[in-house]
Each structure stands twice: as C-alpha cells, then as structure tokens.
Design a protein around this ligand. Structure first.
Ligand code: C5P
Length: 229
C-alpha cells in the first residue's frame, strides 16, 4: 500500500506547523526541502518528530563521500526516516551514504532531475541524450550497486524501475495530481491511484494539499485513492 508524504513547501516554520495541525491524523509523512530547512533548520524537523510525524529530508546531497556520509549520519541522529542523494555523485559517494545510514533511515537516490530534458542533460554529460529514461535507469543501477534503499522517480517510470530495483526498493514519486488539480510546473503527473498501481511506495504531494481550502480533506482523499492501488 502506497503512503503519502505532504511536501511542506510553505513560507515559514510557523505556516508549516499550522498546516500540520490542520491536517492532523490524515498524514504521517512530511517532506522538508532546502528552502524551509535553510530558513528554519533542524528545529522544524524536531517539532515534526515531536508531533509523531515521519520526516523526509529532501536536501539531495551531492558532495565528496566523507561529507555526504557526515550528512547522512547527522540525519540519522536527528531522527529523520528518509533522505535523498544525487545518483550522479558516483559510486563512492553512494556507497559512503549507504554505509553511514542507520536503522530507521532510508536513503533514496535522485537521477535525472525532472526539470531537465535530453538536450540539457546532454550538455552535462557532453554527449547527445535522446532518451532521458535510459540515463535514469543507468543511474538507478549505480544506486542499486551501492546499496541504496530506493529512488525518486516519476510515476510513469515506477513500473520499469520496480522491475530493475526489485520489490523491496522504495520508489518515491512526486508530481501527484488528482483529476481536476492543475499540473502547476510539473511536466508529467499521475493520479494517486496510477502511482500506487505503478508500484510507488511513497507519493509526494505539495500544492494540491498546501494550496487547498481544506487541506485535511484533500490529504485524506489522496491517501484513500493511493490505498486503493
Ligand atoms: O507541489 P508539488 O506537488 O508539485 O510538489 C512536489 C514536491 O516534490 C516539491 O517539493 C518538489 O520539489 C519535489 N520534487 C519534484 N520532482 C522531483 C523531485 C522532487 O517535484 N523530481
């Protein structure tokens, strides 16, 4: 059964905690990204944990192996449940991240950013890239060899990555929209049911919940739809 994490893409820690209070029991996972984390620091993560929530720290680390290992160890000490690294950090960085995690903390890899298309990714790797999904698969294999717990991917990639990564891998899918939600700046979206059926483990939803008049009702609806997969 797929779980749902709400992305706390709001202006301040105060707004974030007010949203978490409004949503109440409907959601147990919250994603903290770099904007709010830089503003509020680890205290906001501690506040969420004190309210019994699971924290997904989405800082997408990409640095030398010892620095990433240190960040992973610090995240484990903080008590977060999930954190992200860039797969393009390479095998030694990914192995260092996998080694530094402790029970209770999963590390998932980000491959090609969904904001990049083939031509732009091609400028990074200095060769023509026609099919970004093949690059994504190549990077996922690096993550698997290094022992990561899973991957961030579009719901449309989840079924294929599930084949490659196996049944225990965590597949974390942003870009979730119900019928009738605007796509915002997401290029490829999927409904909660489509993502769950494609094998996603954790669905990440931001604006459809954070911008809703009744965020609790929307969160509950998304959870129920995801559970149907
Ligand atoms: O508001 P929305 O539902 O589009 O939010 C999706 C969240 O997932 C945002 O926090 C965004 O940064 C994050 N994300 C994404 N695509 C990725 C990785 C993360 O949209 N490939």
């Amino acid at each position: 059964m797929a779980e749902v994490a709400v992305a706390l893409d709001v202006a301040s820690g105060r707004d974030a905690l007010a949203l978490v209070e409004r949503i109440g029991e409907a959601i147990s996972w919250y994603k903290l990204g770099p904007v709010l984390y830089v503003r509020e620091g680890p205290d906001l993560a501690r506040e969420l944990l004190a309210r019994g929530k699971q924290v997904f720290l989405d800082l997408k680390w990409h640095d030398i192996p010892s620095t990433v290992a240190g960040a992973v160890a610090a995240a484990a000490d903080l008590g977060v449940s999930l954190a992200t690294v860039h797969l393009s950090g390479g095998p030694r960085m990914l192995e260092a991240a996998a080694r530094a995690r402790q029970a209770g903390l999963r590390i998932v890899g980000v491959g090609v950013l969904t904001s990049m298309d083939g031509p732009e990714f091609g400028t990074v790797v200095a060769r023509a890239v026609d099919d970004v999904s093949l690059e994504q698969e190549r990077l996922v294999r690096l993550g698997l060899e290094a022992g990561l717990d899973g991957f961030v991917c579009a719901a449309a990639e989840a079924a294929r990555l599930r084949e490659i990564a196996g049944r225990h891998a965590w597949l974390v899918t942003p870009g979730i929209r119900r019928a009738g939600d605007g796509a915002s700046d997401q290029r490829r979206t999927a409904s909660p049911l489509e993502a769950a059926r494609a094998g996603a483990t954790l669905l990440v939803v931001g604006r459809p919940v954070t911008g809703a008049e009744d965020p609790k009702a929307v969160a509950r609806e998304i959870r129920e739809e995801a559970a149907g997969g």
